[in-house]
Design a protein around this ligand. Structure first.
Ligand code: AHR
Length: 332
């Protein structure tokens, strides 16, 4: 380049710089300017996140607590939440997921009402490059169809429940089962773990679904009490809401606390009250407070960070002796 050309070029650059400063453009040297969006090293933050949560319903106190945990966490971290209530219908959950895909959400967190029938919509999310976290219950779809699962080990909960009956009925006996929603990962897993761990001298006389609700738990128990009058030693409930509904029927039949050995799952305040009142001899914990873990995992997925595929919740069993002391501390 000739000296003259170089001189002209410098002059043009200086002029351009003067014009830009006069127009209010940034005057700092480029190297010290703050990067535009997003902040630290291109990492996405919660402010960049839109999370889709097609909740399966509002069937139980557990579910209400799960919804609150997701909403409160989204609020706290400043993420946008697209929430819907499918009223325990899979087709509603599928429509909600499709709507979220159309809206271009960043992550879908799905608590599936039942295990089967998700392949097509999971493929649609995959095709749209939207990661899916399965929350709470499981799906039967191949693990390559979703990014991760966060929730309880339902088989272990069933196994823990059986171990309680093995202690409560050491000489054996007849029990009944009020099962959760047919085909749900929670009901399938609990029933399986329960049967695998139950002593052979304890016979399950009958098993009927109460759909995880108080409203359905009561009539199922009424029918059981009529059909198996005088033959029942215990009842296993897949959740506390069905136990609460069933206890109304049990009371109405003149049965007293402790006459039947009863074990339930969830550890809600309602379950704790049943233990305090002498109806339940054990309540196996199932923790619904999955909001913080779900949001954390969703952000990691947005940033392409390594994640754990299966995140199982740490849980225990609650007993009547500590129920009154622990009740005020329960969050759900
Ligand atoms: O999937 C978790 C189960 O669903 C809870 O035990 C029950 O209360 C809820 O409805």
């Amino acid at each position: 380049m000739s000296k003259k050309l170089l001189f002209n070029l410098l002059a043009v650059l200086m002029l351009a710089s003067l014009v830009l400063s006069a127009c209010g453009a940034p005057t700092q040297p480029a190297a010290t300017q703050a990067p535009a969006q997003p902040a630290a090293g291109g990492q996405k933050t919660y402010a960049d996140m839109t999370l889709c949560y097609p909740q399966l319903g509002a069937e139980s106190d557990w579910r209400t607590a799960n919804t609150a945990s997701i909403k409160e966490t989204a609020d706290k971290v400043g993420a946008k939440l697209i929430f819907s209530d499918a009223q325990q219908k899979q087709e509603n959950q599928i429509s909600a997921i499709r709507s979220c895909i159309q809206q271009g959400v960043n992550v879908i967190a799905l608590p599936p009402v039942v295990e089967t029938g998700w392949d097509a919509v999971l493929q649609e999310a995959k095709d749209a490059n939207i990661p899916v976290i399965i929350v709470d219950r499981s799906v039967s779809a191949d693990a390559s169809m979703y990014s991760a699962h966060i929730g309880s080990d339902m088989e272990i909960e069933g196994k823990r429940s059986a171990e309680e009956f093995n202690k409560l009925l050491p000489n054996g006996g007849n029990i009944l089962e009020l099962s959760g929603t047919t085909g749900s990962g929670a009901a399938v897993g609990r029933a399986k773990g329960f049967r695998e761990a139950l002593n052979p001298n304890i016979k399950i006389l009958d098993s009927q679904t109460g759909n995880f609700t108080r409203a359905e738990g009561k009539p199922v128990m009424e029918a059981f009490l009529k059909k198996y009058a005088g033959q029942i030693d215990g009842v296993f409930f897949h959740n506390d809401d069905m136990a609460i509904g069933a206890v109304e029927a049990i009371k109405a039949a003149g049965i007293k606390p402790g006459d039947l050995k009863m074990v339930s799952i969830d550890g809600t305040r309602g379950g704790f009250q049943l233990m305090i009142d002498g109806w339940l001899q054990a309540d196996v914990e199932c923790n619904p407070l999955l909001g913080p873990q779900t949001m954390d995992l969703a952000l990691k997925l947005m940033n392409g960070e390594p994640i754990t595929k299966e995140v199982l919740t740490n849980e225990s069993v609650f007993y009547p002796d500590k129920a009154a002391e622990l009740l005020p501390t329960r969050q759900y």
